[in-house]
Structures are given as C-alpha cells and as structure tokens.
Write a protein that binds this ligand. Structure first.
Ligand code: NIG
Ligand code: FE
Length: 405
C-alpha cells in the first residue's frame, strides 16, 4: 500500500453543511469526511458508514461548514499605498481624472517598481492573511503594476511564492495590459507589441501565469489592441479574461466572448447584447461591488439580464490599492446583496461554485465526493447571515486540503 493510501481519514461532525451544489444544499446535523486532501463522504451524520469508525473525529462545534471561499479577482501584490488619492477623490476628483494626471494605476506602478520581491511578498502576505481569516482558501492574483519585463515577472513570482503556502492556492493572471507605462506614453500599440511578445514569452518560459487578463476601457486599451494579446495567449494555450464595461460600454465583453474567455469582470455598463454573447460563450460574470462602492458608481451591473440568460455570477474583492482596497470577501457578499440585489444564496454561490468556474477550476467550489477538502467554518445560525453582517468576521476556521488551520 502506498503511503498516501495510509493517510488517516478525518471526519467533521456536528456541522450544518452548505454544499452549494444547487442553492445552498443545506444538510443539518451533517458530517463530512476527507482523506488525502479530498472529500470522501458527506451526508447526515447518522448515515456515516461504519468504515469511518476509526477516523479522526473533529467537532465542528455546531457551526456551518461551506466550501472554502474563492476570491477570483484580486490585485493583492503591489507596492505603496494610494491613501492620498483616496483623500483627493473625497474632495471631488474622479478616478479617471486622477488616472489622467499620472496618478491611479501609474502611481502604484512607480511604487511597485521601487519595491523589492521580499517586501512585495510580505505586504501581499499580510493582505492575504485578512482574506484567509475570512474563509478564503483559493485566491486569484494579477500582475499589472510592473508593466515592464522585470517588474511583471517580479509580481508574478511573488504571487507564485504565496501559492506555496500550505493553507492557500493561488491562481495567477498576467495583466500587463493594465495601463500604458510612462516609457511608452503615446505609443500604446508599441507597448502592446512588447507585452504580447517579449514579456508574454518570458512569463510562459517561467510558467508564471495561469491566464491572461487586460483592462479594456477608454483610459486603458481598446478592443483592437487587446485582440493582439488574446490571439497570442490563445496560441500558447492560456485562457483569457477581461476587465470590461466598467466605466463605459467599450465592446470588451463581446471580444472576450469571441476568445471563449473564462470571465468578464466589472460589467456595470454591459448591455443585453453583451450578456447574450457571454451566455453563448459559457462565460462567468465577475461582479466587483467593492470597486462599485469605492468609486461611488451609480450604474449596477445588469443582474436581471444575467439571470434571464443564465450567465453564472461570481463575486470577488478586486482587492487593489485604488478602486477597491478590500480585505474581506464576506463584506463583498454583503455588498453584492445590498448594492447589486443578489439574493444571499446567489452571492454565496458567487464566492464558491461560480468563482471556481471563473477560474476554470473544476475540483472545488462545492462540497461533493472527489472535490478538494477545502472548507470554511462559520459561527452563524442561518445561511443568509453570511450576507447579512456588514463587517465583522464570522469565520472560525478554515480547512485546506483536509488540514485544519
Ligand atoms: O480592477 N480596472 C482596473 N483595474 C483595477 C484598478 C486598479 C487600480 O486602481 O490600481 C480594478 O478596479
Ligand atoms: Fe481588477
């Protein structure tokens, strides 16, 4: 027998399971068994098979147990802070005005270029710890504040290194097409060639990215430019995703659909045509209520149209120093409900099942035999409480690959 097969089985009892397979999938007085990092059994505790009599039993203390949360859109790795811009925005400057005068993303680019890998790691690790304490067991992290060869690679290496921690999985996205750096000012086409050539080559050589992302917006890149990058990504077998229709309807979502993107993200300005394209391409709509809230946007994404065309909705933090300095995914579950009018059940599916789909991960996001044993335990007495509280943290423990943390 291999050593793996000798790994002990662990059973969590005295829990209410929310399997999230369909709706909440609520199982009161449940039990769930894990072995070798995977779920091997789940159901009502009274039905637990005899075979598990020798397993290690952990009491869940009467808490709720959900799949570990998945934050499918973050910019967690960056240098510096944008707190002074936050103050400027309070005195009437808009996010776009600040970006146009060289602040915004570009100020974080300067700070990130001036921060070494170890410091970037420590600051991102600290932000990540907040998300983890709040139930997150898988996180996506984008580059996009380096915008040159060395600094994009530096950011992605930091993200990969965070993924070597035992209690988190990190999925990375190459977001070189986030802004045009000063050395390419007035030559965004030249920058796109550099990105989709030399930088993407190096990213692939070091296996640093799981997907390619871009920012499609009048203050960033247009669809023709993004098409060059997406073509290169597809040639290399990398999936794509897109920041689209956040500040204007720029056609990014339709382009993304043509490239079978995993997701389009933000989407406040999306129309029904774009939603239909998403549905046909099997894309996920990633909703980012933290950016909506921080920028005091007044258009909400077309939630009714996503429902009508059965486009799955994910919810993510968009954690970044400018438009969404968010450190709690359950706060996003709250905001998705309160601001975007998702039901609490939809919002929770948005950080579990649909977030897994947005990352192309089929091994997690629901509680089911064979899936990863990634769990979060919650001190709540009704599932909708995960959407109800504004702030606070009802997460009492996480389990990653069957190991409690
Ligand atoms: O997802 N939309 C573009 N990118 C980020 C903002 C990043 C920043 O402001 O630093 C976003 O909102
Ligand atoms: Fe973003």
């Amino acid at each position: 027998m291999s050593q793996l097969q000798n790994e002990p089985t662990t059973v969590w009892k005295d829990v209410t399971l929310l399997t999230m397979t369909e709706g909440y999938g609520l199982i009161r007085d449940g039990a769930i068994a894990a072995k070798d990092g995977k779920i091997v059994w789940l159901g009502y505790a009274q039905d637990l098979p005899e075979a598990y009599a020798d397993a290690e039993i952990i009491s869940g203390g009467g808490h709720y147990l959900t799949p570990g949360l998945i934050d499918c859109h973050t910019h967690l790795v960056y240098g510096g802070s944008r707190v002074t811009e936050f103050e400027k925005r309070l005195s009437s400057m808009s996010y776009e005005d600040i970006a146009r005068e060289g602040g915004g993303i570009l100020s974080t680019v300067r700070a990130t270029r001036n921060t070494d890998e170890d410091m970037l790691y420590l600051s991102a690790e600290n932000r990540l710890a907040h998300l983890q304490r709040n139930g997150v067991t898988t996180v996506e992290i984008k580059s996009g504040y380096g915008l040159d060869l060395d600094n994009e690679l530096k950011m992605l290496r930091v993200a990969r290194k965070l993924g070597r921690k035992p209690d988190i999985d990190v999925v990375t996205s190459f977001l070189g097409a986030h802004a045009v750096p000063p050395e390419f000012e007035g030559d965004s086409n030249g920058f796109m060639d550099y990105l989709s050539g030399e930088i993407l080559d190096a990213v692939m050589r070091e296996n640093l990215a799981d997907a390619v992302d871009a920012f499609c917006e009048n203050i960033a890149f247009n669809t023709d430019q993004i098409e060059i990058l997406f073509t290169k990504a597809r040639e290399r077998g990398l999936p794509v995703k897109l920041h689209a229709e956040q500040l204007s309807n720029s056609g990014g979502t339709i382009l993304a659909a043509e490239y079978q993107a995993l997701s389009a993200d933000h989407l406040e300005c999306l129309d029904e045509e774009g939603v239909k394209y998403m549905a046909a391409a099997g894309m996920v709509a990633v909703l980012l209520p933290g950016a909506f809230y921080t920028l005091r946007d007044d258009r909400i994404p077309p939630i009714e149209l996503f429902r009508k065309h059965a486009v799955p909705m994910a919810v993510a933090s968009d954690s970044n120093p400018g438009s969404s300095p968010v450190l709690s995914l359950t706060l996003m579950v709250n905001m998705a409900s309160t601001l975007f009018r998702l039901t609490p059940e939809e919002a929770l599916a948005g950080v579990t099942r649909n977030a897994a789909q947005a990352l192309g991960l089929h091994d997690r996001g629901i509680l089911e035999v064979g899936r990863k044993a990634d769990f979060a335990l919650w001190d709540i007495s009704h599932p909708a409480e995960l959407a109800y509280h504004v702030g606070g943290n009802p997460c009492v423990a996480i389990v990653k690959n069957g190991v409690p943390f």
